[in-house]
Each structure stands twice: as structure tokens, then as C-alpha cells.
Design a protein around this ligand. Structure first.
Ligand code: NAD
Ligand code: USQ
Length: 370
């Protein structure tokens, strides 16, 4: 397939671009490197020093003979984005190109406004560009499990059947996001649903959980391909932070009671989920929603798992409970469905347990469950 990866210089996007390129798809990356600027702004750095994109794609070509095209620009710039869509004629566009940190979006008014403008305008531009130049193209958009918040009922995949005053309908699942960032994803979801209905576009909204890990088979091929690994308090996600803290002997920073429960997935499963979505496009006019994670844990459970793994390596790790800087429930019910991707495409939680190619009938192997 001809696939454009928006945000392909970032954590999920780079791993996905290489994975799909290795599978034989034609890949183009679009990025404006704004993420690298935010690192400068925050005085933070990826633990793994990443090379400039031009060097990364050259190294990939040298190693595999495969070419990844690059387009440098801002998805907020409609002329730029629409010309890329017109020129490349993609069959699928995977949209990762957003500001993705909840803490960054909560710094102050300026960062909240930036996050929502960047994310909502970028996605709107993409919807218009697809409608104008490539209406049959499948949009695969990264949403977030955090769109749903933590309701006291089971979380469905995007839609829920509601009965009210004797009548019944399938409606979007209620959204209770916990930051201006997570809210930007809710706005995107609504815009996508409307554009699919109004213009017959096809879209998959992937409500992804928290991603962990750095290595995929492809980025492990050469140091020049290494992916970013964030561990700072703004962009570092919780399990990546706990691992970095354990390695340097810093107490694990559990916020509050640690009962905050979320869906998690290994970055090796992110790329496979995206591939499943690419190979099984939504129908014209369809905006489907999948929950994309493999396991759910509370923050305290994760800290305990990290401490146990560290002990195994001879590291002594303490768990600290810090005042929670976020507005979120520290104890709550959480049971999120996540069967649609599993039903659609075979796979397994660990690439070391899974067959290299999809085989019908295979499911995600969640330890103790399958
Ligand atoms: P990232 O910050 O590492 O990558 C995002 C990339 O998009 C960066 O390279 C950045 O430069 C680019 N970008 C941002 N705005 C842009 C713009 N206006 N024009 C062009 N490029 C732009 O983020 P990530 O962790 O790879 O996340 C990718 C997507 O997946 C995001 O939409 C995020 O919300 C979603 N997601 C991530 C996680 C996670 O745990 N990392 C979990 C769930 C969902
Ligand atoms: N947390 C701690 N200690 C820390 C860091 C975080 O206890 O040192 C807690 C937070 O309070 C929160 C939970 O861990 O309850 C998750 O925080 P996080 O920073 O790992 O993840 P989050 O802010 O939810 O955002 C991340 C990505 C975002 C993605 C989201 C998926 O940055 O792009 O959308 O995960 S989800 O959480 O499912 O919405």
C-alpha cells in the first residue's frame, strides 16, 4: 500500500514507518520536527539520542534498500498538507502528528491553546485534504483511551447502545477527558465522525492506551535507527519513567494513591495494531473506533511490577507516593473493552511468542488470560 505517516519522526510514528516499510509498503513521512523544539523548550531530552530524520531514513535505505520519502512541514498548513496528499496519492494516512502530552497542555493558557489548535486544525486540514484530493483513502487516526475518562461503567469501543424513554440508539460513548490534550482528541473524534457522514470518508479512530518500550525489530537493526525514549515529567509516560527511575535508583514516583488504572501496550503491538487497521480499511462513510491496548494496570501495580523486575536485576527500588499533580480519580472502576482489533487481526502480545506473519485464529497472548 502507499501509506503516509504524519508525525513519522516521533515515538510511535518512527517505529510504525519502519515496520510498514519492512513489510513492503511504500512509506512517506510528514513531520515539522516541532517535538524536537518542545524538548528544547522544556530542557528535556530523549534518553536515547536520536539522529536527524534525514540521517535516519538514509541509514534505513543503506541497511534495507528501502526508500522512505520525507515531506517536512506543518499539518496546520493546508497548502502544504493538501499538496502532499495530492502528490503522493496515499491509500492510507496514519495520523500521529499531534501534541500528545497531557501535562504539556496543562502548563498554562498558551500551551492549552497551542495543543488544541495544533491538534484540531491539523486533523481538520487532513479531513478537508482527503475529501478534496483522495476521498477513497483510509484515515487511521490516533485517539486516546483517555477520551473516555474513568466512568463507573464498562468502557465500550467508541459507541454504546442507549435506551431512553422506550427508544434505543447506538450513540457515541460519553467522553470525560482529563486534560486539554485529551479534550483535543475528543474534538478530533467528533470532527472525523461528521466528515465521514457528510463526505463519505473512511476512518478508523484508534483509542490507544499508554505505550511503553523502545525497541521494535526494525529500530534494533542499527544505532542510527534508535527510537526516542522520554522519561521527563512532561513527555515521559508512566512505565517508561518507572523503568528509568529504577535504573538510576530514584524512588518510583507514584502520584497519589496509585489506583489510577489505564490500558497499556508495548510499542511492538502499536505497530501491529496499525498494520491490522491498514489491511482492513473502514468502509466509505464509516467512522469506526477501536480501543488499542493489551493489558490494564493501576499505576501502583506497575510500580510494584517494576520494583520486582528491578530486584531480579539486583537493583533495590523504593516506591514513593507523591501528591498527585493531576485532577484525576486516584481509585476508580475501570474495565475497557478491547476486542475489535483482536477479532480483526491475529497477533500476540510479545513478538517473541508470535508468528512473524498473521495466521488466522491467533489472538493477543495476554499472560494468564489466553
Ligand atoms: P511524539 O511527540 O513522539 O510524536 C509526534 C510527532 O508529530 C512528532 O515528531 C512531532 O514533531 C509531530 N508533529 C506534531 N505536530 C505537528 C504538526 N503540526 N505538523 C507536523 N508534525 C507535527 O508522540 P507519540 O508518542 O509518537 O504519539 C503519536 C500519537 O499517538 C499522538 O497523536 C498521541 O496522542 C497518540 N498516542 C500516544 C501514546 C503514547 O503513549 N505515546 C498513547 C496513546 C496515543
Ligand atoms: N503517573 C504517575 N507517576 C508518574 C507519571 C504518571 O503516577 O511519574 C500517573 C498519572 O497521574 C496518570 C498515569 O500515570 O494517572 C498515566 O500518566 P502518563 O503520563 O503515563 O499518561 P497520560 O498522561 O495518560 O498520557 C499518555 C500519552 C498520551 C496518550 C495517553 C493514553 O502521553 O499521548 O494519549 O497516555 S491514555 O492514558 O490511555 O489516555
Amino acid at each position: 500500500m502507499r501509506i503516509i505517516v504524519l508525525g513519522g519522526d516521533g515515538y510511535c510514528g518512527w517505529a510504525t514507518a519502519l515496520y510498514l516499510s519492512r513489510k513492503g509498503h511504500s512509506i512517506a513521512i510528514v513531520d515539522n520536527f516541532v517535538r524536537r523544539q518542545w524538548d528544547h523548550e522544556l530542557g528535556a531530552q530523549t534518553l536515547t539520542p536520536i539522529r536527524p530524520l534525514s540521517e535516519r531514513v538514509r541509514a534505513w535505505h543503506k541497511l534495507t534498500g528501502k526508500t522512505i520519502d520525507t515531506f517536512v512541514g506543518d499539518v496546520q498548513d493546508y497548502d502544504f498538507l493538501s499538496s502532499v496528499i495530492e502528490e503522493y496519492e496515499p491509500e492510507a494516512v496514519i495520523h500521529f502528528a499531534e501534541q500528545r502530552s497531557a501535562p504539556y497542555s496543562m502548563i498554562d493558557r498558551k500551551h492549552a491553546v497551542f495543543t488544541q489548535v495544533n491538534n484540531v486544525v491539523g486533523t481538520l486540514n487532513l479531513l478537508f485534504a482527503l475529501a478534496e484530493f483522495q476521498p477513497a483513502c483510509h484515515l487511521i487516526k490516533l485517539g486516546t483511551m483517555g477520551e473516555y475518562g474513568t466512568p463507573n461503567i464498562d468502557i465500550e469501543e467508541g459507541y454504546i447502545t442507549v435506551e431512553h424513554n422506550g427508544r434505543k440508539d447506538l450513540l457515541p460513548f460519553p467522553k470525560q477527558p482529563g486534560s486539554f490534550y485529551h479534550l483535543s482528541k475528543v474534538h478530533d473524534s467528533h470532527n472525523m465522525m461528521f466528515a465521514c457522514k457528510a463526505w463519505g470518508l473512511r476512518a478508523t479512530d484508534l483509542n490507544q492506551g499508554i505505550v511503553y518500550g523502545t525497541l521494535t525489530e526494525e529500530v534494533a537493526l542499527d544505532e542510527a535507527l534508535i527510537n526516542r525514549f522520554d522519561y521527563d515529567e512532561i513527555f515521559g509516560t508512566v512505565l517508561n519513567r518507572f523503568c528509568a527511575q529504577a535504573a538510576i535508583g530514584h524512588p518510583l514516583t507514584v502520584y497519589g494513591a496509585g489506583g489510577q488504572t489505564r490500558g497499556f501496550l508495548d510499542i511492538r503491538d502499536t505497530v501491529r495494531c496499525i498494520e491490522i487497521a491498514c489491511l482492513n480499511p473502514a468502509g466509505r462513510g464509516e467512522c469506526r473506533v477501536y480501543n488499542q491496548f493489551t493489558e490494564q494496570f493501576s499505576v501502583l501495580q506497575l510500580a510494584q511490577l517494576t520494583a520486582a523486575a528491578a530486584k531480579h536485576l539486583g537493583l533495590k527500588v523504593e516506591i514513593d507516593h507523591l501528591p498527585d499533580p493531576r485532577v484525576e480519580a486516584e481509585e476508580h472502576y475501570y474495565n475497557a473493552k478491547h476486542s475489535k482489533l483482536i477479532d480483526m487481526g491475529p497477533g500476540a502480545a510479545s513478538p517473541f511468542q508470535r508468528p512473524h506473519r498473521f495466521t488466522p485464529g491467533h489472538r493477543f497472548a495476554i499472560p494468564g488470560k489466553n
